[in-house]
Design a protein around this ligand. Structure first.
Ligand code: NAP
Length: 270
């Protein structure tokens, strides 16, 4: 016990919890006292290792669930298995994501649908499954509340070459958050979008190296690439009681990237 288990008794589901930002979110929610369902698609070994470590700290506090979030049957089966394990859901983190950088004119139908289905249909399916459970849970017990966090991207509002499908999906998921906040508020469920900038994970490690990290330091006002904890700590805060009045909001975690896009420079003298 750390004395700061503000999510004690909460049951959290983190999609794409096997790597990167998702893994960091799994760890911080667990540290705050939650029981965590760690979803993965292909990284069974990694998910198993994370869950093993967490169960060493608190027995039966984490379990891995394989499911492709874009497949309605697999999502339904995953939530049924989570019911059997912990009997419900209090927190859903729609983190699983996929990008496939291609020129707009070269995006195949398959690439379009995979990017849209992973980044948008997945959060929709998981929100329905979790939301239906939260509807009955929190109607009966209005002192408790549910939380749904959707991971978007700065590219939900700023386009980038090669990201037409990814940007379209992330922009839509940000609107899904607002619809969720509006429609589930009567069940005491909050929904928030967290939109990262450049965060060092498998998704963009090569890209950061290819462009050169010094260029990111120039582009980003806080002068560094983000780390996974920069996102996970905010997500955990949003799940907790201190964020009880926050819903429908959209938060960038980008070191000020979005504010530094116009780079006429040099700085005015002072
Ligand atoms: P990552 O390192 O590439 O990890 C992606 C995670 O998503 C993995 O756990 C992967 O599971 C899972 N996943 C992918 N497709 C899935 C599917 N169909 N069903 C279930 N799980 C699936 O990504 P990340 O950088 O941590 O990104 C996490 C989220 O933040 C994403 O939504 C991403 O779009 C967003 N984001 C990231 C950045 C960044 O700079 N990294 C910036 C903006 C937004 P397996 O390993 O099991 O396949």
């Amino acid at each position: 016990m750390t004395g700061n288990e503000y999510l004690q008794g909460k049951r959290a589901v983190v999609t794409g919890g096997s790597r990167g930002i998702g893994e960091a979110i799994v760890r911080v929610l667990h540290h705050a006292g939650a029981k965590v369902a760690v979803n993965y698609r292909s990284s069974a070994d990694r998910a198993g290792r994370i869950v093993g470590e967490l169960n060493e700290i608190r027995p039966n506090s984490a379990r891995a669930f394989g499911a492709d979030v874009s497949d309605p049957k697999e999502v339904a089966a995953m939530f049924s298995s989570i019911d059997e394990w912990v009997g419900g859901v209090d927190v859903l983190i729609n983190n699983a994501g996929y990008e496939d950088c291609r020129h707009l004119l070269d995006i195949s139908y398959e690439s379009w649908t995979k990017v849209l289905h992973t980044n948008l249909t997945g959060p929709f399916l998981c929100t329905q499954e979790a939301g239906r459970r939260m509807e009955t849970q929190f109607r009966a017990d209005s002192a408790s509340s549910g939380v749904i966090i959707n991971l978007s991207s700065i590219h939900d509002s700023v386009p980038r070459k090669g990201f037409a499908h990814y940007s379209a999906a992330k922009s839509a998921v940000a609107m899904l958050t607002k619809a969720t906040a509006l429609e589930l508020a009567e069940y005491n469920v909050r929904a928030v979008t967290v939109a990262p900038g450049a965060i060092r994970t498998d998704m963009n490690r090569e890209e950061i190296a290819q462009f050169g990290e010094h260029r990111f330091r120039e582009w980003i006002p806080l002068s560094r690439v983000g780390e996974t904890h920069d996102v996970s700590e905010l997500v955990a805060f949003l799940c907790g009681p201190q964020a009880a009045y926050v819903t429908g909001s959209h938060l960038y975690v980008d070191g000020g990237y979005m504010q530094g896009l116009v780079q006429y420079d040099p700085r005015p003298p002072r």
